[in-house]
Design a protein around this ligand. Structure first.
Ligand code: HEM
Length: 138
């Protein structure tokens, strides 16, 4: 059980490293001034998205495995709220995937400011999910 939790947290950190850095790459990508730079950002974004997707799948796999070994937790409010926020996090992850495609096709029309606000969303979700998982407010 403790091993499952350890791997759940290890992959969660991998996932969040990507969620924090990919929107930052989009901000730098906006400033790319030639085709070589554009291509380099496309490769970095695609590779980072693949790595963070592996992190996401394994976080959810180990989380689901933990839940399978403690099914009673499903009745708790904190876990239900956590799963709801994890759902939002997965939607955000998918949105990042859409942006990777838009940037590759040079169709992204988002401003620098918009991307900076977009970049804050995973931090807010992280704070809320960690508080729910660790403090478990009633
Ligand atoms: C579908 C996705 C997820 C499921 C099913 C899931 C489920 C679980 C379960 C069952 C536990 C063990 C609770 C216990 O020991 O009593 C746990 C622990 C934990 N999870 Fe998740 N989790 C998921 C995603 C996440 C995400 C995305 C994060 C972080 C943003 C996260 C953070 C944590 C933390 C910090 C703990 C340790 C809590 C502690 O022992 O104090 N989980 N998770």
């Amino acid at each position: 059980m403790l091993w499952l939790k350890a791997f759940h947290l290890i992959f969660m950190v991998t996932w969040f490293a990507g969620l924090f850095y990919l929107p930052r790459l989009f901000i730098y990508h906006l400033q790319a001034s030639n085709d070589t730079e554009h291509e380099r950002f496309c490769v970095m974004e695609r590779k980072l998205f693949i790595i963070m997707s592996i992190g996401a799948v394994l976080t959810v796999t180990f989380g689901g495995w933990l839940l399978g070994s403690m099914p009673g937790l499903l009745a708790t409010t904190w876990l239900q709220a956590k799963l709801l926020l994890v759902g939002l996090l997965i939607a955000y992850h998918g949105w990042c995937g859409v942006l990777v495609g838009l940037f590759r096709r040079r169709e992204a029309r988002h401003s620098d400011l918009w991307l900076r606000w977009f970049n804050e969303i995973p931090a807010l979700l992280l704070i809320a999910i960690i508080i729910l998982a660790v403090v478990r407010p009633q």
